[in-house]
Design a protein around this ligand. Structure first.
Ligand SMILES: Nc1nc2c(c(=O)[nH]1)N[C@H]1C(S)=C(S)[C@@H](COP(=O)(O)O)O[C@H]1N2
Ligand SMILES: [Mo]
Length: 323
């Protein structure tokens, strides 16, 4: 079983991925992966129901609605020039301080988060504040797939296909007022479920902020899925922010509330340790960090070292924001 070769869309360099082959391969892959997932359980000696295996068996536990939405069509505007990180690598090395400080354990602990009946509150300086049921968001918003880089301030990096919708599509629905200058995001607050939140001296819930211009930028994605299926919990189910030109900590997981303000609210990491976590936090190889080298990054999985690029290589899309 170990030498079965599945069509690996995410192991091909960009030049080998045609839109059609990518789309078709992934559908085939989804079928194959369901089967292979079971085989891998036996091989690796994991108990059935092992979270890592379950979460990456893409067709398991999809709602009828989700089955119609995934995989979403790829937006070819966003090209990549690096190998895509395999799902098992990205899904076993996560930062999610609500659940664990050990990256390899996050997938296990994050299973505790109840993501059913999730709602997203959008409020503050908007004409039409509204609480959206996750399911209604999935129906309302234009889902598409985008391959993006992700660069953590800790100097590791990956490339993954997210599924999601532009945050702008959601903000347009609630009609931001002209006085709105910032967009604040909050994760859930469930200290008895997420034991990291028992650290009462930290400013839970996790929070992040974008300027309204950053929030309305076409690259700013609210992700609902990854690798052609809904997000597993360690990646921020059911809904997370993805801002790939900023360090990874800006891409807040499990978003429960969005609030538009006329001032810049404090953010989680910037409050805890401002010397290491900036407020704007654009990827910038010229700004040194006290603990990690910022000129280079290490790709998850391969360990390949590559030079870090200004705005994580996305200057063409976001450079205008910072002139
Ligand atoms: N709610 C929440 N969101 C979070 C974090 C967190 O601890 N809690 N960690 C951040 C950091 S530091 C990174 S690098 C990315 C990691 O995303 P990934 O695990 O999907 O790779 O999530 C970000 N979003
Ligand atoms: Mo990070």
């Amino acid at each position: 079983m170990t030498h079965i070769h599945i069509p690996k869309g995410w192991e091909l360099p960009e030049s080998d991925i045609t839109p059609e082959s990518m789309f078709l391969n992934r559908r085939d892959f989804l079928k194959a992966a369901g089967f292979l997932g079971a085989a891998t359980v036996a091989l690796a000696g994991c108990a059935p129901g092992d979270p890592e295996v379950l979460e990456h068996r893409p067709e398991a536990n999809l709602t009828p609605l989700e089955k119609t939405l995934y995989p979403a069509r790829r937006n070819l505007e966003y090209k990549i020039d690096r190998k895509v990180t395999p799902p098992r690598v990205a899904g076993n090395y996560n930062n999610y301080y609500e659940f664990s400080e050990t990256k390899e354990d996050v997938g296990h602990h994050a299973r505790a988060l109840p993501t059913q009946n999730w709602t997203l509150e959008v409020e503050g300086l908007v004409n039409k504040p509204q609480t959206f049921a996750m399911e209604d968001l999935l129906k309302l918003m234009p889902l598409e797939e985008r391959f993006y880089r992700m660069r953590c301030v800790e100097a590791w990096a990956m490339v993954v296909p997210w599924t999601g919708f532009p945050l702008k599509a959601l903000l347009d629905k609630v009609e931001p007022q002209s006085t709105a200058k910032y967009v604040e995001f909050n994760s859930f607050y469930m200290p008895f479920t997420a034991q990291g939140q028992l650290a009462f001296w930290q400013p839970w819930p996790y929070s992040e902020v974008l300027s309204i211009q950053e929030a309305m930028n076409e690259m700013t994605l609210m992700a609902t899925g990854i690798y052609g299926h809904p997000l597993p919990k360690q990646h921020g189910a059911p809904l997370r922010l993805v801002v790939p030109w900023k360090y990874g900590f800006k891409s807040i997981k499990a978003v429960a509330r969005i609030r538009l303000t006329d001032y810049g609210p404090p953010t989680f990491w910037n409050t805890v340790l401002p010397s290491e976590y900036g407020y704007v936090a654009n990827v910038n190889p010229n700004v040194p960090h006290p603990r990690w080298p910022q000129t280079k990054e290490k790709m998850l999985g391969t360990g390949e070292e590559l030079y870090t690029q200004m705005h994580n290589g996305y200057g063409d899309f976001v450079g205008d924001l910072y002139l």
